[in-house]
Design a protein around this ligand. Structure first.
Ligand code: SAH
Length: 343
């Protein structure tokens, strides 16, 4: 699939097909704008026929719009895999939340993405297609793109698909492409420590977000199996390294689960844990997932928790819950419309 290729690789591809160099620019533009092959009018017919088998192809199998303007789509790739992507509208621009894998093998107890396990990794182009799709829907052009920010917070664990995800980061931030600054991209991970170091050493400048969800290893192990592989202390050490390398403040996701991690004791422990680390805490009352039996902290308590953390000297805000009426939480839409069971 040629959306997996960067500009230099497209040039090579075009050259190998015996076409003049300027065709590469035309093809790359068409791909970046998300044109279907039928919509491409400036390439010769025989060339289009030759590239048809490599041209990106997907079908929109569901599209939902929330009262707050959040849009969610399920895209189906030729092998039948379904991924979901969300567009969130903020005052400062549009953010696309992309999936990085079909399913997930991390097994977090509260997350719908893990229900059928991991089916496969997405390729760099399949991740990019999700951003390009929304840019196209909103009428983006090369001069004026309509997507300003990207978060890797859909289905899948980005650092469990390291090579493809990092190539995607390069593609989406490429000057000739959508040119979205890596500073406007957040990569969220449950904490695969070795790959946090790799990312830091790889020269990336994305915001690193850690899904923490518990103030100590013992509690974390009960909801996140990955906690058996990496201790919080090791994750925080890797975060410090990432901060030293990139100068980027670390983000921590803390989904508030009623009666579990929202108690005074848990919150004080969280504050002690993160004190001194240049970071921001994103609190979000857990989105309840039908198949999982956990409930979110009531919103007014969540506000009190944010206040408490702020008083203790930390930077903490409550993430706006968006798109709840369209099953905004990871994996929910895909599971409802069939996901891996549909073939
Ligand atoms: N695998 C990556 C990214 C995907 S999930 C990670 O773990 O960070 C994006 C965020 O949504 C994570 O913080 C995840 O823990 C959280 N999440 C998953 N299910 C949720 C739910 N039901 N309610 C609230 N947050 C949830």
């Amino acid at each position: 699939m040629i959306l997996d290729l960067n500009y230099e690789e497209i040039c090579e591809y075009v050259k190998n097909l015996g076409q003049p160099a300027y065709r590469a620019k035309q093809l790359y533009e068409a791909l970046t704008l998300g044109k279907t092959l039928e919509e491409v009018t400036n390439l010769p017919k025989d060339f289009k026929e030759k590239i048809a088998k490599d041209y990106p192809e997907y079908e929109v199998v569901a599209s939902l719009e929330s009262r707050d303007g959040t849009r969610k789509v399920a895209l189906k790739f030729p092998d039948g895999s379904i991924v979901e992507s969300v567009l969130l509208k903020y005052k400062y621009g549009n953010t696309v939340c992309v999936s990085t894998q079909v399913g997930c093998r991390m097994g977090c107890k509260f997350c719908a993405s893990t229900i059928g396990g991991l089916k496969r990794n997405l390729t760099p182009g399949e991740i990019l297609a999700q951003v390009i799709y929304f840019n196209k829907v909103f009428g983006g052009t090369l001069k004026e793109r309509k997507v300003t920010n990207v978060v890797l917070m859909g289905c899948g664990e980005p650092l469990d698909n390291y090579e493809n995800v990092t190539k995607f980061l390069r593609l989406v931030s490429a000057e000739q492409g959508l040119n979205i600054s890596q500073r406007n991209i957040s990569l969220s991970t449950c904490g695969l420590v070795p790959n946090i170091y790799k990312l830091a050493d790889g020269g990336f400048s994305v915001t690193l977000t850690i899904s923490l969800h518990a103030p100590n290893d013992e509690m974390r192990k009960t909801i996140m199996p990955v906690a058996n592989a990496y201790r919080i202390e090791e994750i925080l050490k890797a975060c410090r390294y990432y901060f030293e390398k990139t100068g980027r403040r670390i983000c921590f996701e803390y989904s508030l689960i009623e009666g579990f991690n929202d108690t005074d004791k848990a919150i004080s422990e969280l504050a002690t844990l993160l004190k001194g680390l240049p970071c921001h805490i994103n609190l979000i009352p857990l989105n309840s997932v039908k198949e999982k039996h956990l409930s979110g902290t009531p919103r007014k308590n969540a506000y009190k928790i944010a206040e408490k953390l702020t008083q203790m000297g930390l930077s903490a805000t409550i993430r706006r819950t968006m798109g709840e009426d369209i099953e905004g939480a990871c994996g929910q839409l895909r599971n409802r419309i069939g996901g891996e069971n549909d073939q």
